[in-house]
Write a protein that binds this ligand. Structure first.
Ligand code: ZN
Length: 330
């Protein structure tokens, strides 16, 4: 089977052969499309061994000073500054370690890193190393929120299935989310983790008060969703987007169906939702959709839970839709 190769320059940025007329101060100018190649290569130089070990052997290397014995990871010092620049030796370090500090979480990344968000960024001291390695952090339990990974949390390195010899070939997840065999395995792959059955927060048995609160919130959400569906600007926010979302609240549940510009609410349980939102209090979601505070913020603060980390993008789109409706009203 031929392997699909991702191109450095996306197809949409590659111009068509042709020309067009541009008019400036009533004068017509013919403008032709042309091309200039800007592809370049950069070397990892003397650090190549570290990146090759990541890519080909699923190993993490450190460098050990033969005099003081300190093991630095990543091995980016070829000579020990503490020992008259004695040459260091490459050694393999462990693939589990402890967080040196509590990692900040990036929810709104720039376009270069948007595909990875939300992610934590922190430093881990791996077993056998004396210095900390900067890594990206994820959780398999749903959305990454503060509190899941803290200073002192035990984490393990996971290797991406497709590796090219870059720092992003690896990331870490908490050891507590893995089986014993996964923790012990050398070179654990991302595809070997269970990303699809995160632990959903339990909802209490509904009281009459909860049911009344649900009925009230549902009524408002229904009217907001209808308004979103009628507003051109908010329809544009979900152009080309398709998601079936199950929303669970204490008092009841419903489905939000997004389909290329259309959004609708159906009072039903989906057999296979793309992801699940759990809102203990349905008013939290009603407030967000009605533009009384961002839904993204409620997710970050843990008032709303979503089952898939990468679906933060969809939550972001819902916020944009409620903003679009608010702006259209003006
Ligand atoms: Zn030394």
């Amino acid at each position: 089977m031929a392997k699909k190769v991702e191109k450095l320059i996306p197809a949409e940025y590659i111009g068509d052969v042709g020309s067009q007329i541009v008019t400036i101060d009533k004068q017509r100018y013919l403008v032709s499309n042309d091309v200039m190649y800007t592809f370049y290569q950069r070397t990892k130089g003397e650090y190549s061994d570290y990146f090759l070990a990541l890519r080909d052997d699923k190993k993490i290397l450190g460098c050990k000073c033969p005099k003081c014995g300190i093991v630095r990871c990543p091995p980016f010092l070829t000579h020990c500054p503490d020992c008259d620049f004695a040459p260091t030796k490459l050694v393999e370090v462990g693939q589990t370690g402890v967080m040196l500090s509590t990692p900040p979480i990036t929810y709104f990344a720039n376009s270069l890193f948007a595909k990875m968000a939300p992610y934590g960024r922190g430093r881990v001291v791996l077993k056998g190393a004396d210095t900390a390695l900067a890594v990206n952090l994820y959780t398999t339990t749903g959305i990454l929120v503060p509190g899941i990974i803290k200073k002192g949390t035990e984490v393990r390195v996971v290797f991406r299935d497709e590796r090219i010899g870059e720092a992003s070939d690896i990331f870490c997840v908490p050891v507590a989310e893995l089986t014993k065999a996964q923790v012990a395995k050398k070179g654990l792959l991302a595809s070997e983790l269970n990303w699809s059955s995160p632990k959903e927060p339990a909802l209490p048995k509904p009281s009459a008060k909860d049911e009344a609160a649900y009925a009230k919130a549902l009524k408002e959400i229904k009217s907001v969703v209808a308004l979103m569906n009628k507003t051109e600007r908010s329809r544009k926010d979900i152009a080309g987007w398709k998601r079936n979302i199950q929303v669970k609240t204490t008092g009841g549940q419903f489905a939000l169906l997004i389909n290329d510009g259309d959004i609708k609410l159906e009072e039903k349980k989906l057999a296979k939702p793309d992801f699940t939102i759990v809102a203990r209090d349905p008013k939290t979601l009603a407030d967000g959709l009605a533009y009384r505070g961002a839904i993204t913020y409620s997710v970050i603060m843990g008032r709303l839970w979503i089952s898939k980390n990468m679906e933060f993008t969809t939550i972001f789109k819902l916020d944009r839709m409620s903003r679009s409706v608010a702006r259209a009203k003006k």
